[in-house]
Write a protein that binds this ligand. Structure first.
Ligand code: OAD
Ligand code: ZN
Length: 239
C-alpha cells in the first residue's frame, strides 16, 4: 500500500505522546491539567496573568526531561527512513518525535524547549536548570521578557505554507492521535483528500472528522503503528 516513492504526509496530535505519559488536552472535564484552556493557552491569558501561564509552561518544559519517545514515535521515524518523500507535521510541542529520530518535521504549534522574545522576536532553545524555574527568563539579545514559543489560540500556526504545499502533492495522508477539533490542522484531511490522497486515521476514539477518512484504525498508536508500519514496508518490498 505504501511504496518507497509514495508521498506521505503524517499529522500527529497529543494522542501519540499519551503513552509517553503526557496528558492529552480534551479530557472529559474540559480542563487541561486543572486549568481552563483560555487561562493558559491564549494571548489574553498571558496578558492577564503571565506568572500563571509561565509557571504552567515551565512545568510542561520540566516534564520533557522525564519522558521518553514510545513505539509510535519510533515507528514513524522508521517510516520516514524508508520513504523518499515524507513530511511529519505535529501539533505537539514536546520533542519526542525528534528524539525518536524524525527529521523532516514541522512543529505547527511551537516547541516547548524554545523561548521567544516579546520585543525583538529572538527565538532560542533554553533548557538549562536556570531556565526551568518559575522565574521569568530574559532575552539574551535585548534583555526583555521571554514567553513560551507556543502558538496559542487566536495566534497563527507556523509554516502553514510548507504544510499546505506538501498536502497538495501527497498520495497518502495519515492523522494520528488528534481529535480533529482544532483548525487548521482539522482541515488538512480535506486538503489532502481534495488533491486525491488516500486518508488514514489512527486514533483511540473516533475523531470529530471521522467520516471523511478512507480508513480508520481504532486503538493506541504505540501498539498499532509499529505493526502498521512493518506491514506497509513489507507489502511494498514484496512488490
Ligand atoms: P486532543 O487532546 O484534542 O486529542 C487527542 C486525541 O488522541 C483524542 O482523540 C484521543 O482519542 C486520542 N488518543 C489518546 N490516547 C491515544 C493513544 N494512546 N493513541 C492514539 N490516540 C490516542 O489533542 P489534539 O488533537 O492534539 O494546541 O489537540 C490539538 C491542539 O489543541 C493541541 O495542539 C493544542 C490544543 O489546544 C496548542 O497547544 C496550541
Ligand atoms: Zn529580545
Amino acid at each position: 500500500m505504501i511504496a518507497k516513492n509514495t508521498r506521505v504526509v503524517v499529522l500527529t496530535g497529543a494522542g501519540i505522546s499519551a503513552e509517553s505519559g503526557i496528558r492529552t488536552f480534551r479530557a472529559s472535564d474540559g480542563l487541561w491539567e486543572e486549568h481552563r484552556i483560555e487561562d493558559v493557552a491564549t494571548p489574553q491569558g498571558w496578558r492577564d496573568n503571565p506568572q500563571l501561564v509561565w509557571s504552567f509552561y515551565q512545568q510542561r518544559r520540566r516534564q520533557l526531561l522525564e519522558v521518553e519517545p514510545n513505539p509510535g514515535h519510533i515507528a514513524l521515524a522508521e517510516l520516514e527512513r524508508y520513504l523518499d518523500d515524507f513530511l511529519l507535521v505535529t501539533q505537539n510541542v514536546d520533542d519526542l518525535h525528534e528524539r525518536a529520530g524524525s527529521n523532516n518535521l514541522i512543529h505547527m504549534h511551537g516547541e516547548l524547549e524554545k523561548l521567544r522574545c516579546e520585543d525583538c522576536g529572538h527565538i532560542e532553545a533554553m533548557m538549562d536548570e536556570e531556565h526551568l524555574t518559575d522565574v521569568f527568563v530574559a532575552c539574551t539579545n535585548c534583555g526583555s521578557r521571554l514567553r513560551p514559543h507556543i502558538v496559542w489560540f487566536g495566534e497563527i500556526p507556523l509554516q502553514t505554507h510548507e504544510i499546505e504545499n506538501a498536502l497538495s502533492q501527497c498520495d497518502v495522508f495519515i492523522a494520528i492521535g488528534t481529535s480533529g477539533h482544532v483548525y487548521p490542522a482539522s482541515n488538512y484531511l480535506h486538503k489532502a483528500s481534495m488533491h486525491g490522497a488516500r486518508t488514514i486515521c489512527i486514533n483511540l476514539d473516533p475523531p470529530e472528522n471521522i467520516e471523511f477518512f478512507n480508513d480508520f484504525f481504532q486503538g493506541k498508536s504505540g501498539e498499532l503503528l509499529p505493526e502498521l508500519v512493518e506491514q506497509w514496508i513489507k507489502d511494498s518490498t514484496v512488490e
